[in-house]
Design a protein around this ligand. Structure first.
Ligand code: GDP
Ligand code: GDP
Length: 438
């Protein structure tokens, strides 16, 4: 199930980052050993009243001149329109209504996306409330007064946000076509891959009804099966500023990954794997999606009988946190091995939805425990009572133990490896919850 996306838009200095940090708290999605991902406060997982959503701050670097503020705001607003289910348009009661607010409001209004007009820095509701009414003039509805710094009005604002979440959850569940996102740095060959796939297969390009986003997804039929490729063309924005470009690339990745079952992470064989690739891969890993690493432009490098092995070694080294990911070497130019992508997608989907019977799981766990004693601390030894699978996509397990403090990461990884030895689960991460049973 994909989570709704909420995007923050607004002029510099209205308090976007303050609000973002407040909502994200320390829950900014962190996988400890995922390099790079944590540094960006661009997106975060937020929970309100049992509803989870992904929060995105579209505001990038501070423009240093007044004239480019408006063009940057327009760009941010467009990104929000392209990707979000709900847009939070932040204004500032202390600066009052300014011209660029009105222009951006026009753009947002025309998009027909749910937009909430948030007036920040209302640190004292009695004193400033009259000034808030001025914002009605923007014509995008009732202003919601908040103070991000003093944490006022935040609950009421979030109540409004979750009211606008789409209720198409059922439709999405009934749709059993695999949903695939193709992600990667600029110029690695994402569009070439999709174009080649489109060219080779009997193609139906369709506007898929029932999705709330304006993105037009592409359906490809292969061996009588339909696959939906998530299109993010609307986000292929150009920017001259490197930081901005990277920000867009991350937003684009996060929103595409959110909607996907399987993520194809494309890497440029000529360039080799880089830190930025690792950052992008980390996003898919954190979300527990099925993953295939697609090394593209395989035609363009010189090969000998060691090349594949060396490549794999390097990819595994940089992406050490996702040893389960599958690797494929393809060429969008020649079409080499591209049709095999579909077989790989099928395998990964199957593994993501695999359910293992409790009895079999416990046999594996007990065998593993017999082969390697669980860790102990200060004379107390970890005891594992019971394991059961509680979910799929990704396969999720609960292990009941005597004391969860005693469960070391390394022992958990050992158990994970034993489960993988028995059942494969290639291409998907596994999730474990450790619970105490006294
Ligand atoms: P951004 O550029 O929109 O991300 O704005 P920031 O979050 O960086 O905030 C800009 C300035 O406004 C900072 O000095 C914040 O401390 C201040 N600020 C943010 N929220 C509030 C608020 O609710 N009340 C007041 N008085 N100041 C705020
Ligand atoms: P995107 O930005 O990731 O969508 O990348 P593009 O699909 O636009 O490709 C970027 C450049 O790489 C273009 O010049 C392509 O012709 C080239 N390219 C893409 N795939 C291949 C490939 O398999 N082999 C070679 N040699 N070049 C490729």
């Amino acid at each position: 199930m994909s989570k709704p996306i909420v995007a923050i838009v607004g002029r510099p200095n209205v308090g976007k980052s303050t609000l973002f940090n407040l909502l994200a708290g320390d829950k900014i999605s962190i996988v400890k050993d995922t390099p790079g991902v944590t540094r960006d406060r661009i997106y975060a997982e937020v929970n309100w009243l049992d509803k989870d959503f992904t929060l995105i701050d579209t505001g990038g670097i501070e423009p240093d001149s007044q004239d480019i503020i408006l063009s940057q705001m327009r760009e941010q607003a467009q990104i929000a329109i392209d990707t979000a289910d709900v847009i939070l348009f932040i204004t500032d009661v202390r600066q009052g209504l300014v011209d660029s607010d009105a222009k951006v409001a026009d753009l947002l209004r025309r998009s027909r996306k749910p937009v909430l007009l948030v007036v920040n820095k209302v640190d004292n509701f009695n004193k400033f409330l009259p000034d808030v009414y001025e914002f009605y003039n923007l014509g995008i509805g009732e202003p919601i007064p908040i103070s991000a710094a003093s944490r006022l009005g935040i609950g009421d604002m979030l109540d409004e946000v979750v009211k606008h979440f789409p209720s198409n959850a059922k439709e999405e569940e009934e749709d059993d076509r695999p949903r695939i996102a193709i992600v990667g740095k600029p110029n690695v060959g994402k569009s070439s891959i999709i174009n080649k796939l489109l060219g080779e297969e009997r193609v139906i390009v369709s506007d898929i009804a029932g999705t709330t986003r304006d993105a037009i997804d592409t359906q490809i039929r292969h061996n009588k099966k339909d696959y939906v490729f998530i299109d993010t063309a609307g986000l292929r924005r150009k920017s001259k500023i490197k930081e901005e470009l990277e920000r867009y690339s991350i937003i684009r990745t996060v929103t595409a990954v959110e909607r996907a079952d399987i993520v194809l992470i494309v890497i440029d064989a000529i360039e080799g794997i880089t830190e930025q690739d690792a950052k992008i891969a980390g996003i898919a890993h954190e979300r527990g999606k099925g993953i295939v690493i697609v090394v593209n432009k395989w035609d363009a490098i010189e090969k000998n009988n060691k090349t594949t092995k060396e490549y794999e070694h390097e990819v595994r080294r940089v992406l050490s946190y996702m040893p389960y990911a599958q690797i494929m070497y393809v060429s969008a130019l020649t079409g080499q091995r591209l049709p095999k992508l579909f077989d790989m997608i099928d395998v990964v989907i199957e593994n993501q939805t695999l359910r293992i019977a409790t009895g079999v799981l416990n046999e594996i766990m007990m065998e593993a425990v017999a082969m390697q004693q669980p860790p102990s601390d200060k004379g107390k030894r970890l005891r594992l009572y019971y394991i059961t699978q509680v979910g799929i996509k990704p396969p999720t397990f609960v292990i009941f133990v005597n004391d969860k403090e005693l469960m070391h990461f390394s022992y958990q990884r050992y158990l994970e490896n034993k489960i993988r030895e028995a059942f494969g689960f290639k291409g998907t991460s596994l999730k474990f919850f450790i619970r105490e049973r006294k």
